[in-house]
Design a protein around this ligand. Structure first.
Ligand code: ZN
Length: 291
């Protein structure tokens, strides 16, 4: 297992972690400049931040700083209530794929979607099996395009509390079932993003990480699970402040061949209320001590 205690060369910053300071939204370019100043070598930007900064300008800044992209957030949301909605999702995923290629990302992260309309407050139906079928079909179609562009797709299972509105793939086992069905040859084109916030509780976590193996372990996201958690989306904890045994889980992914970045992804009103400088310095310190 790699020793992270002396430096932060394997720390990647998911740019949502720094998207606000003192409660205010920050421009992506400013976030990237901050990361570079602190010796960060990799980031994972969000599409809305990239769109606001401009794809070309983002690419120039990433190259100027020599950043790698541990992932690109995100594609997915494959489900819809009708054919027109499914087509919109397909088109948007192709754009996400092209952006990931333009920015030279390690993978396109997929949050797959759930009951259509639920995120907006009114689910169009209650048929979660139908949503899962649409996810299967959506990934199958996107995978052909992703193979042609040599851009790996990383399915990110989300905690079951999001099963209705954000992702109907909620365990690593489910995600790997999709991988096995759609990419039985384990080509490296399809795998998983292991985000500990979503999967830390799973009694099958270690076994499924072993099942995934090197070809399927495409990304590793860390933060912590706070007790109590006060917001279902934006109360993720800083590493070391909660109940996740992060180092044990990192040991499992590394024992199975993962040698990439540990990506810090913290959506948190608590941390967004502070300065970006304080949040980033804390990420670096906790990466050494708790990851
Ligand atoms: Zn994640």
């Amino acid at each position: 297992m790699r020793d992270f205690t002396h430096d932060h060369r394997w720390l990647s910053i998911n740019t949502a972690t720094l998207r606000r300071q003192h409660g205010q939204e920050r421009p992506l370019i400013e976030i990237l400049d901050d990361c570079a100043r602190h010796g960060i070598r990799a980031v994972s930007p969000w599409r809305d931040q990239v769109a606001a900064a401009g794809l070309q300008a983002t690419g120039r800044t990433l190259r100027a700083h020599g950043f790698e992209l541990s992932g690109y957030c995100r594609g997915g949301m494959f489900t819809a209530a009708d054919a027109a909605g499914l087509q919109l999702a397909r088109d948007d995923n192709l754009r996400a794929l092209d952006e990931a290629c333009e920015l030279n990302a390690a993978c396109l992260v997929l949050v797959v979607g759930a009951l259509p309309g639920a995120l907006q407050g009114q689910a169009a139906h209650k048929d979660i099996a139908l949503s899962r079928q649409q996810v299967f079909d959506g990934i199958a179609a996107l995978l052909e395009q992703a193979r042609a562009r040599r851009m790996p797709l990383a399915i990110e299972p989300l905690h079951p509390m999001y099963a209705a509105d954000r992702a109907c793939v909620n365990t690593l086992e489910q995600a790997l079932d999709l991988c096995d069905a759609l990419d039985p040859q384990r080509s490296g084109a399809l795998g998983v993003a292991v985000d500990l916030y979503h999967v830390w509780w799973d009694p099958k976590l270690q076994a499924q990480i072993e099942r995934a193996g090197r070809e399927r372990l495409l990304a590793f996201h860390v933060c912590d699970w706070l007790t109590p958690t006060t917001d279902l989306l934006n109360d993720r904890g800083m590493m070391g402040d909660g109940v996740i045994d992060i180092r044990q889980a990192r040991g499992w992914v590394e024992a199975n061949g993962f040698a990439g970045y540990s990506e810090v992804e913290i959506f948190s009103h608590r941390w967004w209320a502070l300065s970006g400088e304080q949040t980033l310095q804390t990420c670096i310190e906790r990466h050494r001590r708790c990851v």
